[in-house]
Write a protein that binds this ligand. Sequence first.
Ligand code: GDD
Ligand code: MG
Length: 396
Amino acid sequence: MYIESPRYTERFGSVRINDVQKVVALDSGLKSEIPPYGAMGVIKISEETIKSFEDKMAIVIPNKNEKLKLFEGVVSGVPHDCLVIVVSNSQREDIDRFRMEKDTLNQMCRYTYRQAFIIHQKDTLVAEAMKHAGYSKLLDENGLIRDGKAEGMVIGLLMAKLAEKEYVGFVDADNYSPGAILEYVRNYAAGFSMANSPYAMVRILWHYKPKFSGGLYFKKWGRVSETTNRCFNSLVSFRTSFETNIIKTGNAGEHAMSLKLAELLPYASGYAVEPQELISIFEQFGGTLPSSHIDVMKHGVELFQIETRNPHLHEEKGLDHLQEMLLGGLSTVYHSPLCDNETKQLILSQLTSQKALKSKQKPPKPYLNPPPCEIDIQKFVKFIEPHVKNYSALQE
Ligand code: GDD
Ligand code: MG
């Protein structure tokens, strides 16, 4: 593929935040040559490079009762060499939707000779393994893993660790376009291939997110992402004393990380999860607060924001959903020890004017599932390993 080279990078302590890089062309051919790296402001990322990163990557698909056709399309879009890990919280009573997902995945894996895992979020063995490893904050009062995409992500990334992958990427199951999924994962690979640090994150910015109201309108910025990014940028501006609009992917649900970085971050419940990852990176490695990770400070953390070519076509879930997303995201910024008073006031005024909060209310503190590095990951792996074939999509 051809992608813009990272022409502008802002630094926040040891965090390097690259400005948005657009995908210029989805394919760059086998033979075409361009002048040396960056000479034209465009980088060619060869198929070989992309494939070598895909091979080291697990793609986690969180799924809760999404239409089977969408789920199937999403799986079909994940590059063959990636390990697919489906973490499902779909219903099992009456109509067993999880069973249907499992059958669909099983069939696809058979036809295409690929390996995949599928795990139900309420699986008792996985819950036991988490408890055994000291991850009880992930469990509810019944000893099962709590509901939520973030909790599903944690299961996914521990399974990626078990499979000895180096990178983990996330794609939602409610996407109408398998081709977009293919592109997201290729963009993850492209980002990692440009990273100079083993601690790297790639966040996807959608080219357009079309709206269907009578006709089709190719909308670029939603109100939630605009507001979240603005508040993030206010925090960074205050801390660095230089006004900036570098953050353009505060909410990015589609994102990927090196496992080395993923292990160090907490995973906030609900829609706070992706914004909290960013905030935690700034808190832990931004240089303002003390860091306990000397190795990371030395290498630095690299953030890539990559703008796709494909539009994002997904299930629309209504206004309440948007307000919840805004509140979840901004609560992470509001409650960060890095957040200054001006940014706090901006957050409160945005939340009240967009009716996500009543006046005088404060955003609730996000619930943080602790970073996997704080538990005994090896204990988790040892506990699950003998049962791993139960989660393989290729079993009978
Ligand atoms: N395993 C699991 N467990 N998956 C879940 C759960 C759960 O409890 N709840 C939701 N999911 C799955 C959904 O099925 C979907 O595939 C994905 O997680 C995202 O959930 P949505 O409810 O569709 O979120 P969204 O589309 O409103 O928001 C997306 O984009 C936001 C940024 O624009 C998500 O990716 C958000 O996390 C993100 O902040
Ligand atoms: Mg969705």
